[in-house]
Write a protein that binds this ligand. Structure first.
Ligand code: KG4
Ligand code: ZN
Length: 355
């Protein structure tokens, strides 16, 4: 008789150190989710990098090294489990700032060895990509809009080993554009939340800013993005007309919203071509920029028009965290994938080869 017993729930320690957050979390569950987040500790280094207007890699790796052990101890203590209850140790193995990734991965190897449990190297982007499974058990396939400080991609996700790239940025990532515009306006890092806050009080039609690569202007077959022309236009505008900060933020965000919705709509066509059998069509938004409420509202309207469901994780699970790394590790381990202790960190690691 076939085994119908449900898969055993796994408890995974996750570690994230690829950028400027030192994070550890304990997650328990079975694929496809939802899972339980037993603890989720994020120690932000924003204060250490703020004077420089961006992340300084050397400062980041030193800060990870100093606090990671205590962050892991807190994650285990807050989860209220003994270390023996951990079934595997997952850590971001890339892509990201290599010094930080090395600190997290090396520490994870030590913990895995000490506990006698498997090590699972996780692709940071896969962590973002699978967050909607952790939070609401979203089934494959789904269309993914990944918008963070380092990435801007549209992908069809058919499974853990099936990521199809429909579009990527040909210059800046969207979060990077938010951060650069904030810097031009003299706002602190990270810029996204600042631009959103000030833009809410401004007029989105005050300035007519470019929308590069949007259908009608430049008819490309892919769903690629471009933000550098928009950023340059904002720079010229602020030089010509200093002081209109709220209107500049609102107009910039309106242009970003038009670009993201136009490209997502195009990717929906590619997704439907690739997955014609999908029973429910769903758009998942992930990465730090998904925390932006105006972008979320615009994508919700697009999904309503196109008959798609929409999953946007809570802001704390959109920005970098270790719960998403623990969950991706859980899914990999449940699918029989673990790594040896000589696994190397990777500064670059495309999602297409993440499993
Ligand atoms: O995913 P994440 O935490 O780190 C990366 O892996 O990059 O994303 C950080 C990015 C930053 O560029 C930040 O400015 C942006 O996400 N961000 C936002 C908002 N919150 C964070 N962008 C727009 N609106 C927001 N509310
Ligand atoms: Zn990220």
């Amino acid at each position: 008789m076939p085994d119908k017993s449900p898969a055993r729930a796994l408890t995974i320690l996750g570690i994230e150190t690829s950028c400027d957050e030192t994070a550890a979390a304990i997650v328990r569950g079975t694929a496809p989710g939802p899972g339980a987040i037993l603890s989720n500790i994020v120690a932000s280094q924003i204060g250490a990098h703020a004077p420089y207007g961006g992340v300084v890699p050397e400062i980041a790796s030193r800060a990870h090294l100093e606090i990671l052990d205590s962050v892991i101890e807190r994650a285990i203590a807050e989860a209220g489990i003994g270390a023996h209850a951990i079934d595997g140790v997952a850590a971001t193995a890339g892509p990201g700032l290599i010094g930080g990734v090395m600190v997290g991965l090396t520490t994870a190897k030590g913990v895995a060895l000490g506990l006698g449990k498997p090590l699972i190297g996780v692709n940071h982007l896969m962590g973002h990509a699978l967050t909607a499974r952790l939070t609401e058990g979203t089934e494959f396939p789904f269309l993914l809009l990944l918008v963070s400080g380092g990435h801007c991609q549209l992908l069809g996700v058919g499974g853990l080993d099936d990521f199809r790239l429909y579009g990527t940025t040909i210059d800046d990532a969207v979060g990077e554009a938010f951060d650069k515009v904030a810097k031009l306006l003299g706002l602190p890092y990270p810029g996204g939340p600042q631009v959103e806050r000030l833009g809410a009080a401004g007029n989105p039609r005050a300035f007519d800013l470019p929308r590069p690569l949007v259908t009608g202007h430049n008819v490309r077959k892919t769903a690629d993005f471009s933000f550098s022309g928009l950023k340059t236009a904002v720079r010229q505008l602020t030089e010509r007309q200093p002081g209109a900060t709220e209107d500049v933020c609102a107009s910039f965000q309106a242009a970003v919203i038009d670009i993201l919705t136009d490209r997502t709509q195009r990717a929906m066509g590619l997704f439907e071509r690739d997955f014609p059998e999908a029973r429910v069509r769903k758009l998942v938004v992930a990465g730090g920029v998904a925390a932006n409420r105006a972008i979320g509202t615009a994508l919700a309207a697009l999904c309503a028009r196109a008959d798609y469901g929409l999953a946007v994780p809570l802001p704390a699970l959109c920005t970098d965290n270790a719960a998403m790394i623990a969950w991706a590790g859980l899914e990999k381990l449940a699918a029989g994938s673990a790594d040896s202790l000589d696994l190397s960190p990777r500064a670059r690691w495309p999602l297409a080869s993440a499993f």
